[in-house]
Structure formats: structure tokens, C-alpha cells
Ligand binder design. Structure first.
Ligand code: ATP
Ligand code: MG
Length: 142
């Protein structure tokens, strides 16, 4: 683990949003909400990497769908910095189920369904560290 500063979160722009050409609009919303990009890469998870990333959900009924979807196409992974990053980013992305997401949130605008919900956001400082470390080495963070 690199640090537990509490001012960073981790995000992925999921395959559906990449496919729909929403990388630009989503990064614009992220920047306009006051987040700075500390690390970023365009990559494509293997099925095995998706299973490892979402390991906490291994026993859920949606695990197979989730990991097949997350390995179905390229994603953008990024570490974001802002005061109160984890909570503020969850607010910016909106509810997991886009039908319940607030107006103006990333998921309200760009999600297609519960599984195709456009973006990931860490749910705690600890997971932000773990997830950032999953994708980025020390020298890839700025
Ligand atoms: P994420 O971790 O992707 O940011 P989240 O934290 O809002 O989303 P989690 O509970 O961590 O939601 O679930 C991870 C992902 O699994 C969700 O983004 C969603 O795509 C899928 N998922 C969660 N719950 C369900 C469900 N009940 N039915 C179908 N898919 C689900
Ligand atoms: Mg989650």
C-alpha cells in the first residue's frame, strides 16, 4: 500500500462507456467536479483480472455477468485526487442502479443498466488504495 491519505479514489470508465465514446465527457465531468488525475491508463482486463478485481463479489449471483462485462472491451482506469475523494466521487457517479441515480450524475447520464453502469468508484479509502495498487505501480503516479 502506498499511502492512506484519504484524498484519493480509484475509478474505471467501464467497457460500455468506452464503446459509446464517453471517455471525453466523463473525464470532463471528473475535472469539473474538482478531481485531479494522478494516474491513468487505457487497458483491457482479462476475465481472470476482472474476477480478481471484483473478488469480494465472488459469491454474488451477478459475479459472472459482472466479470464477463468488465473483460468485454477496453476500459480507462484512473486514480483521482480531491479532498473527501471517495465520498465525493460516489456522489458524482450516482447510485449503482442508474434508474435510482440522481439527475446530473455520471451514471444517470451514461449508464444503460445495473450491470452496464458506465463507471466504477471505490467505496472506501482502503479499497481506493487496494484498487489503485491493482492497476498502477509507484512510478505511474504523479
Ligand atoms: P462499482 O463497484 O462498480 O463502483 P458499486 O460500488 O456501486 O459499483 P457494487 O455493489 O460494488 O456496486 O457492485 C459492483 C458492480 O456489480 C456494480 O457496479 C454493478 O454493475 C454490479 N451489480 C451490483 N449489484 C448488482 C445487482 N443486484 N444486479 C446486477 N448487477 C449488480
Ligand atoms: Mg463497489
Amino acid at each position: 500500500m502506498h499511502y492512506m491519505s484519504g484524498n484519493q479514489t480509484f475509478t474505471m470508465i467501464k467497457p460500455i462507456a468506452v464503446k459509446n465514446n464517453k471517455i471525453g465527457p466523463i473525464l470532463k465531468m471528473i475535472n469539473e467536479a474538482g478531481f485531479r488525475i494522478k494516474a491513468m491508463k487505457f487497458t483491457h482486463l482479462t476475465k481472470q483480472q476482472a474476477c480478481e478485481f471484483y473478488a469480494v463479489h465472488t459469491d454474488k449471483y451477478f459475479f459472472e455477468d459482472l466479470t464477463s462485462f468488465m473483460s468485454s472491451g477496453p476500459i480507462v482506469a484512473a486514480i483521482l485526487e480531491k479532498e473527501n475523494a471517495v465520498a465525493d466521487y460516489r456522489k458524482l457517479i450516482g447510485a449503482t442502479d442508474p434508474a435510482k441515480a440522481e439527475e446530473g450524475t455520471i451514471r444517470k447520464l451514461y449508464a444503460e443498466s445495473m450491470s452496464h453502469n458506465a463507471v466504477h468508484g471505490s467505496d472506501s479509502d482502503e479499497n481506493a488504495c487496494i484498487e489503485g495498487d491493482f492497476f498502477f505501480s509507484k512510478m505511474e503516479r504523479f
